[in-house]
Design a binder for this molecule. Sequence first.
Ligand code: BYC
Length: 469
Amino acid sequence: MSINYAEKIPNNVDLANDRTLQRALEHWQPHFLEWWHEMGPSDFEKADVYLRTATSVDAQGWASYGAVKMPDYRWGIFLADQTPGRTIGFGDRMGEPVWQQVPGEHRSTLRRLIVTQGDTEPASVEQQRLLGHLCPSLYDLRNLFQINVEEGRHLWAMVYLLHAYFGRDGREEAEELLARHSGDADKPRILTTFNEPISDWLSLYCFTYFTDRDGKYQLKSFAESAFDPLSRTCRFMLTEEAHHMFVGETGIGRVVKRTLEVMKELGSDDPVKIRAHGAVDLPLLQKYLNFWCSSSLDLFGSEISSNAATSFASGLKGRPDESQYQDHVLRDVVLKLDTPEGAQDVPMLNALNEVMRESYLKDCEIGLKRWNRAIERAGHDFRLTLPSSRFRRAIGSWVGLPVDPTGKLLPKQEYERRLHEWIPSNDDRAFVRSLMQKVTEPGKMAAWIAPPDRGINNLPLDYEYVHLA
Ligand code: BYC
């Protein structure tokens, strides 16, 4: 079904033929806009932003581009097309038809999963709300706003499911999604990473590289779900998500490129000199990678999780790209897991968070290889690395243990003394903050980052991607 833009809420779910649902969502819509006004990007409501807007759910030509004021963005409800005859692809109900309604016995678990997913979307917009004032270029500013409006749409995607399939409970949860706020002492967001402040663009690039990639993995596992509306919603969200990770990967790549240029100019890899020249030294970048990667690793949950086992066995949440595996039921299979108490045989079903975390880490390696190739080509020995998945964990078997980024257990005092060798100290953060001078002349870049290889949608780099009012 094509997307109907004539309606108050653009959608391809035939909302006009379900008046009760339409009214409930139209009632939520002004609450969302109020939230956007108060918690969304601060001060840029009058700017014309070169945004893409979904116009169809086809893989080809799914979006149109044009200048839009963010509050006028057409947030809507778009599900990927239904796959005729789709059956459950994993778990104890494998082979049965997928569900168009929520089975009673899975109602509360599914609601919890959808609420947790939904909570991250507005949280990220809140985390990024002040970054516009520190943008390194108009190109970057536009990308930030593109991500923000799409995270807003992803909130709509989850709110649609809550309203359409979870009755009054769902409507209450939808209100709560606007009432919790990132970093709020009384009503924080649900998952830890989404309460971390993002107060500079280096953090934004790391967040979009590592945390949005967790989003990719969680959405891919929901795309496998037996609850068909969830699967279809997430399949389309993944189309939008790719750009967010692109911003992270190219953003970090451009920081590396600029730093290498400065190292060449100075003929030195001395961090003090590089910082004095207004660039990010590579050891400092490594600290930011360590921080955001370790925080994002917590988002996969505990290594050993009965929640994960139940979600898989009952068909709610599969593994990303489930069809690539041979065994889709996983009864009587065990996985050897390293825990602080030694190696343990764990039923595979209970170890699925770890299975996902490991494939996520492999995906994270791809960018590192690319950045390291640039460093190597420039003739330097330094290599960026991913921290061990035991480092700085706040969830799971390794929680709170004094482990360094290579995975080595240290005496607690040594760990505490050395922590700021591995993650940004207050001084590091203050330095990075000092680099963040707003640049808004078309085509110009801040001195700490190289320009991107190309502009957006084949436009030149000096295009005015955001027309500031
Ligand atoms: N922080 O059995 P456990 C995205 C809780 S990102 C705080 O270990 P489980 C995006 C957990 O909720 C993707 N609490 O883990 C990116 C549970 O609490 P309850 C977001 C945490 O349940 C960028 C308890 O600890 N989507 O889309 O197997 C920008 C024990 O849980 C954390 C999802 O997360 C944490 N880090 O798996 C915008 C998908 N980790 O229920 C967007 C939906 C765990 O006992 N969520 N806990 O009170 C899930 O699938 C699962 O809830 C989790 C945890 C994977 C998060």
